[in-house]
Write a protein that binds this ligand. Structure first.
Ligand SMILES: NC(=O)c1ccc[n+]([C@@H]2O[C@H](COP(=O)([O-])OP(=O)(O)OC[C@H]3O[C@@H](n4cnc5c(N)ncnc54)[C@H](O)[C@@H]3O)[C@@H](O)[C@H]2O)c1
Ligand SMILES: [Zn+2]
Length: 409
């Protein structure tokens, strides 16, 4: 589709908007200074950009103001389900931003997050003769953002991107932080790049159409952010758990609280030189479970199981109080999140061996200390854990009952 341009107003490269009240429109908040890339991770210093997303009911209205005149083409990349549900509203705005707007869709689901799908999208962008004046606009959940973001990172050696996350998980996690990538047969997210989007537009109203299982996936990442960085958020989740069980347009306060944990971690460690590994709480187990299940267990539910198993390891190590772990398990129950999965541990083991946090062949796991404190710890954000410890915790959970991943609450 090609449409006539209307010259947009342009904001500076450090535009940053965080709105407390989604109904009051956009309000500026503190912007985050670009961070230098740490030495030794690449020869060319890159800068992170725009760590502050626009969070507002009607966030898409900011698109024409954020669009830069040098972006002559928009490549909208979305999965087919999200494109059908929410494509028209963003296409209307894009038509006011760029002379050329093209749409590229792919089948929904984690199985599309592959090298092959990335290559197919790249070929389609090339066939559409999209040049370096293209901005990739990623619309959808974490899969669309990771995949389209990775396309943007390497297409013609890199073009800008804008993220419009439409799942709770993507709004509080995947959309911010600049990690892009795909899954490969050997494991999750093993091939990718850091590529920070030029803007992130978060509209809680997209969440109204979320299927309940995807909503629960987002709640799991929200619990993770509370455990690692915000004890108050954890208590709010405990109090509001029953109300939170059904998908709705999430209160801006809750969304922002969860988002702030991620933003703080990414601001302090944009390229995962250390601290950022705390965001991986629950993810060593989760990534192995997702891969071992052939992606039948969705990411968020795998994270829910992973958090409980890894918390059990932390309790066994004396790092986490038993009472804190019990509160986590109880919160899972109230939110309808799983605490175990019946997959035999032996199926997870090969995928654990390729976890990105491993060092010198040893497993490293992000184990939480007291609730809400991990991001304030000075060091040791991950620690070596043996396969046997994980196996013991996994098997104990499997035999202790509770609800299993993938089983509707
Ligand atoms: N890059 C990062 O920092 C980061 C962080 C966390 C997770 N992730 C990745 O994100 C992925 C998981 O993301 P996800 O859970 O959003 O999955 P997803 O993108 O597959 O979306 C889940 C499903 O919800 C549908 N959907 C999306 N928005 C909808 C809406 N508003 N209404 C109705 N249906 C909608 C999609 O079509 C899809 O079927 C994983 O691959 C994970 O590795 C990345
Ligand atoms: Zn995650």
């Amino acid at each position: 589709m090609s449409v006539a341009p209307r010259r947009p107003a342009v904001l500076g490269s450090r535009s940053s908007v965080l709105s407390r009240n989604p109904n009051r429109g956009l309000q500026p908040a503190a912007s985050v200074k670009p961070q230098p890339r740490p030495e030794g991770r690449g020869s060319v210093p890159l800068r992170t950009k725009n760590l502050s997303p626009v969070v507002a009911s009607g966030a898409l209205d900011a698109l024409p103001r954020l669009w830069r005149p040098e972006w002559r083409a928009a490549a909208l990349i979305a999965d087919r389900r999200v494109l059908r549900l929410h494509g028209p509203s963003i296409l209307r705005r894009l038509a006011r931003c760029a002379p050329v707007v093209r749409v590229f869709s792919f089948p929904p689901g984690e199985r599309s997050k592959t090298r092959e799908m990335k290559a197919a999208l790249e070929d389609r962008l090339l066939r559409a003769r999209l040049g370096r004046d293209t901005c990739v606009v990623a619309l959808g959940g974490g899969v669309a953002l990771d995949l389209a973001g990775f396309v943007a990172a390497t297409y013609l050696r890199g073009v800008p991107s804008i993220y419009v996350p439409t799942t709770l998980l993507a709004q509080i996690d995947a959309a911010v932080g600049g990690k892009t990538g795909v899954d490969v047969p050997g494991g999750k997210n093993l091939v990718g790049a850091f590529h920070f989007p030029a803007a992130v537009l978060i509209d809680p109203r997209f969440l109204r159409t979320l299927p309940p299982v995807e909503w629960r996936c987002g709640l799991a990442e929200m619990v993770k952010h509370a455990v690692i960085g915000d004890a108050r958020l954890f208590a709010v989740l405990e109090r509001s758990a029953l109300r939170l069980r059904r998908p709705h347009a999430l209160d801006a306060d809750l969304l922002l609280a969860a988002l702030r944990v991620k933003l703080e971690v990414v601001r302090r460690d944009p390229f995962e030189a250390g601290l950022r590994a705390v965001l991986n709480f629950g993810h060593t187990i989760a990534h192995a479970l997702e891969s071992a299940s052939g992606h039948r267990v969705p990411h968020g539910l795998a994270v829910a199981v992973g958090m409980v198993v890894e918390a059990d390891v932390a309790v066994a190590r004396g790092i986490l109080a038993r009472a804190a772990r019990d509160r986590l398990v109880a919160l899972h129950g109230r939110l309808g999140l799983p605490t175990f999965d019946p997959t035999p541990f032996a199926r997870l083991a090969p995928f654990l061996a390729v976890d990105k946090k491993n060092r010198a062949g040893a497993l490293h796991v992000a184990l939480p200390g007291a609730l809400g404190t991990a991001i304030r710890a000075r060091r040791d954000w991950t620690g070596p854990v043996s396969l046997a410890e994980l196996r013991t915790a996994w098997n104990r959970r499997a035999s202790s009952g509770g609800s299993a991943a993938g089983v509707p609450a």
